[in-house]
Design a protein around this ligand. Sequence first.
Ligand code: H79
Length: 589
Amino acid sequence: MQTTVRAAVAASLLALCGHALAATTTAQDVPRPLGTHRPSAATIAQWQDRRFGMFIHFGLYSALGGEWQGKRVDNGYSEQILANGNIDGAAYAATAASFNPVHFDAEAIARLAKAAGMKFIVITSKHHDGFNMFHTHVTPYNIVDATPFKRDVVKELAEACRKEGLAFGVYYSTIDWHHPGGNTYIEGNSNPITAGQEAFNVAQLKELLGNYGPIAEIWFDMGKPTAAQSKHFEETVHALQPQTMVSGRVWNHQGDFTVMGDNAEPKVRVEEPWQSPASMFPETWGYRSWQQRGDAQAKVRENISRLVRVVSAGGNYILNIGPKGDGSVVPFEADVLRGIGAWMKTNGEAVYGTRASPFGKLDFGHATMGRDTVYLFIDQPPADGVLHLPGVVGSPFGDMRVLGGAPGVAVKTARAGDGLDIQASGLLSGQAAKAFEPVIALSLARPLRVIPQDVRAPANGVVTLPGADAEKFLNYNGYGYEDPDTVYKLQWHAALDKGRYEVTVRYAASASPRTVALVVDGHAQALVLPAGQGEQSVTAHVERDVGRQPDAMQLELTPSEPFSKGAPLGVDVVGLSVRASAPGVEHPG
Ligand code: H79
């Protein structure tokens, strides 16, 4: 398995085609220390293919709309008004008696999601307030038993999604401010989960996974379970539905996909499946009656831009709506979704089923990688109409077209010093010039090869690779929301030909020795970093593998293999230097 990981990583910048690229960016090869029933590679790929979905925050708080007893509660998200407004628990629970969302129409919501171009829906089955939007049997504090509405919202939406061909998922907070002996609000919501709460959660998870048909994903959120509790939740889900994708906010690296912070996008490359959760306004997820909403068209554009950034970085984008207490969708939010849908109708091809951009930073916008097509999203058309694609080797592109435009417009391509220039002025004139975020599709006539972005050249026979300049790969979803991301891999590239080399690793030594893996062109070797004080160095002998990395030597440091998802590199690397081995020097391997 470790060999597969390394091969996949080594190949990650050699994008042969969409499928080859896709195969390098999924997590199925990442070792998982806990749990055996996990979604298959096919499930993970299908989950990634969806790319864009709907989040729904709906609960008792929706009826309050961010106000309690005529006063606005503005010190946090409106779905958490119970805590933010310091509301008496019994008084809050009593609002269930008048919670009657008669305008809740699951089918209309499913159709709206489809009109937006969304492929899945995730709804809050229970938020931190502890009120259940499904017919749980472990507490009467639920929408069927405690409200005049008496309808199971989760069940209705599950069925509507099935009917409309959408994947269905549930949000589930392990926090519960209602449960006797459960959690009370603490700043940041990183609550420990009590043993009683754990048992309660597990009983509810069995209901959600047992009674609502296929659950494509379960969006665990918040709390700070122990490693054993995270494992317990994950195993409960997968014992009933092995193909359910568990969110990383089950914590302790037990999730099947990584979740970015609320409204956050990753700053670095993420190799495992991931999702960026977005609310319409950063202030709230649940309905807020007094939200200043502004211009719907601006919000459409903002969300298309966010979606494009997320999918070009290889993630899924889940955009939230917060229906009103009567169950109706806020007209502004429906307008925004339909506006996004209009863009998706033309450009969805560049979103669904695609994987991360094969390029580094692009000066005109973003890119995604399709099966045999590269899609270019034009944020800002260059004045001369020339789109520069850095690092592209050769001329791999066949046909070009602007999505939604006339097919077969002839466009010149010219080779530039670094990469390829696409003369796209013909495509970017006329209708496309007026369109927001037009997309150019470049079909691949040959496999795409892209030289890594930051390749360092030798000076006086030595390539110097400072630790600070390494590309960093981070672990997310560790021990709780406030847990900092940890670096698990550093990567550099060096312009070196076939041959044998000495790699000297300089590091800040600590009181005990560390073993890490030095991975060169996909070949790993264990490297012992002796204990000591101050800066120390060790030297390893490596061989270039141009078959695996044709364009540059790839050097990586990871925890010693095999390592689990949560393992940090844990070494302060000052830098690497690489020089050709002295002639005649024999070394092992
Ligand atoms: O359900 C939504 C939130 O209620 C829930 N996650 C999303 C999907 C959540 N509960 N707690 N947290 C998230 C912790 C988040 C705290 C913060 Fe913040 C978000 C700190 C900074 C950003 C609150 C909002 C304080 C500032 C902004």
